[in-house]
Design a protein around this ligand. Structure first.
Ligand code: UD1
Ligand code: UDP
Length: 362
């Protein structure tokens, strides 16, 4: 059977790094990869293919989109053409980004069986674009690959059948496990002249946090507090960078001597930064999971999470922008009284293997 996997963004790419390797174990499977071009900058896309030595995508779309709707339309038209010529038996979509939704709709309209990697996650917050993408995608998915127990429960509550649902674990962790040696060999601490556990690591890119001036000012308030206590490394997502420029807030960051601002980091450098940080502060989805696997304290500045096991089992704490609570949690980390945590079941580096076992029996 011909399988076409669709990726479009940084986290999508990081979730499929073992697909080629695992698919090659099955003579009955032909696997191809399509990149929608949603993320296009070198440091948001190409860097992962080169440093993780991934096979280049078989199909790459060139989209020229200035609005979300034109982004979706462009991606759908590009995938439609590829599906017409390649004729896959099954499509796999990843995560919850616009490329996921666009590809899922094309699969549905063109009668292609659809599998969704990382399905069933719910923040129950419909103001997040990703939540809508997740709900619509899952409503037309045939095969659900799930990372954590909450996903199984959510899908069951949405009347999906047990035989469609596969709790396989987390393919993002597969990448961490597979590249562990390379991650540990990254020279990033040396390059930034940092010692292990002497700094915190920040990322921010959720529209709800960075798209308004008020949101950015709240982030700057948190940065000002944190950098009084510790050095802070902040690789800036292009969305956030553009918004900081738009609201003319650069000078509020550039004067801060304890703040290390940088472009988006490559995967190996970023993982090395996580591994050696005292704690991470973020609004990312995937980083909540990676810190849980590493058992590094993570403060998530959001009102909710679609990945609740990172809080109930893992090292994650949800705090939103309550500065007093952030201060109290940071003090717990400094005084070694932060909560104890564990790694969720099946986050063992073998999720992709389980996925292809399932696919080989379809
Ligand atoms: C997207 C996903 C989000 C995910 C994030 C991962 C949607 C709705 N959102 O958000 O769920 O957490 O990716 O990083 O799909 N840009 C560049 N270069 C790039 C990519 C983006 O400069 O390679 C800039 C562009 O100005 C673009 C803006 O960032 O307009 C936003 O990019 P977009 O892909 O629409 O959303 P993200 O914020 O990256
Ligand atoms: N990441 C990276 N470099 C960075 C920031 C993040 O390689 O500068 C990785 C991170 O380790 C994780 C993925 O990108 O594997 C998460 O992507 P992002 O936070 O953009 O998206 P989300 O998970 O929120 O959808």
């Amino acid at each position: 059977q011909k399988i076409l996997t669709v990726v479009g963004t940084r986290p999508n790419i990081i979730k499929i790094t073992r697909f080629t390797h695992e698919s090659q174990k099955y003579l009955s499977i032909e696997h191809s990869l399509l990149h929608t071009g949603q993320h296009y900058s070198q440091n948001m896309s190409d860097v992962f293919f080169s440093e993780l030595q991934l096979k280049q995508p078989d199909f790459v779309l060139k989209i020229n989109a200035s609005t979300v709707v034109s982004q979706l339309v462009n991606i759908m038209q590009g995938i439609e053409q590829t599906v017409q010529s390649y004729k896959p038996d099954l499509m796999i979509v990843v995560g919850d980004v616009n490329s996921t939704l666009a590809a899922a709709l094309v699969a549905n309209k063109m009668n292609i069986r659809l599998a969704h990697l990382e399905s069933g996650l719910r923040s129950f917050d419909r103001s997040m674009p990703e939540e809508i993408n997740r709900i619509i995608t899952d409503s037309i998915t045939d095969i659900f690959f799930v990372t954590e127990q909450s996903g199984v429960e959510n899908l069951t509550n949405e009347n999906k059948l047990p035989e469609q649902i596969f709790l396989v674990g987390n393919t993002m962790i597969d990448t961490l496990v597979a590249y562990d040696e390379h991650i540990k060999a990254s020279p990033i601490l040396h390059n930034l002249q940092l010692k292990p556990a002497s700094y915190a690591l920040m990322t921010m890119h959720r529209p709800g946090n960075v798209d308004t001036k008020e949101g950015l000012l709240k982030i700057i308030e948190v940065i000002d507090y944190l950098t009084q206590r510790i050095r802070l490394v902040f690789p800036i997502h292009p969305r956030t960078f553009n918004k900081i420029k738009e609201f003319d807030l650069q000078n509020k960051l550039s004067a801060n001597k304890n703040l290390i601002l940088m472009d988006p980091a490559g995967y190996l450098d970023f993982q090395n930064l996580i591994l050696h940080s005292l704690f991470v502060i973020t609004d990312s989805g995937g980083i909540q999971e990676e810190t849980t696997f590493r058992q590094i304290p993570c403060i998530t500045l959001r009102p909710n999470t679609e990945r609740p096991c990172t809080v109930s089992i893992g090292s994650n704490t949800l705090l939103n922008f309550d500065l007093d609570k952030i201060k109290a949690t940071v003090e717990q980390i400094f005084s070694n009284t932060y909560k104890t945590c564990a790694i969720p079941p099946l986050w063992d580096g073998k999720a992709t293997e389980r996925i292809f076992e399932v696919l080989s029996k379809l």
